[in-house]
Design a protein around this ligand. Sequence first.
Ligand code: OOG
Ligand code: MG
Length: 255
Amino acid sequence: MKHSNEKIAYILDHAAATATPTAQITLSQSLTLAEAYDVQRRSIEQRHSRGECITGYKLGFTSRAKMEQMGVHDIIWGRLTDQMIIKSQGKMLRADKIHPRVEPEIAFRIAKRIDREISLSEAMEYIDGITCALEVIDSRYENFKFSLEDVIADNCSSTGYLLGAWLPSDTSVRDLPITMLINQEVVQKGSSDAILGNPLESLVEASKMMEKYNAVIEPGHVVLAGAATSAVHIHAGDHVVGLFADWDPISFKII
Ligand code: OOG
Ligand code: MG
């Protein structure tokens, strides 16, 4: 039996809320890209009805490392909510997640509404802050396995994000060395340019998605550019640190 988009949204939201994995949707029924984004929108409406608000958007699969790790080669976008915010040097509860992983990203704070495609040369006018980020992802699917449509329906595995201190919008995001450590051991090393050759290109991609899917990035929203490296599993007791060039380090704990 084919589930309605509303039902799939409910299944995915319930899986997230109860930290219980669920079967990949596309193993039992097909989903178009448009249907997958519709499921995502409906699942966010459920969060909204519980009082969560949108804080921005995230891009996914903007680096080769991520595409190869997950076997998905198209750029995707998802929604961020205030419930996903991890405070600086804060704590994340392992028991609230299924099989969490962490990845290093660049984040932009939006200054001007984006609802149509913008060019790379315009991108700077649309931001008033830049910072580093650690994103925690937690696919609601068994074994963290999914198709393109599955992961879009599942709000691109979003579950948590931590931002550094905001820096001026003219701070360069090009070729920043990135190191991620867990319990003082280096687990990933990379460069910000692994994100589409220039993380600002993610904002251009986000703008195209907004135009295509009739969505809007509002002033004050955050846009996560997508991970520069593969994601790494995290466990209770872990202390995660992100080092981006000579910016202030960012960190959190899993308890
Ligand atoms: C999907 C989310 C991808 C990124 O930064 O590339 C993503 C996943 O890998 O589960 O957040
Ligand atoms: Mg990510």
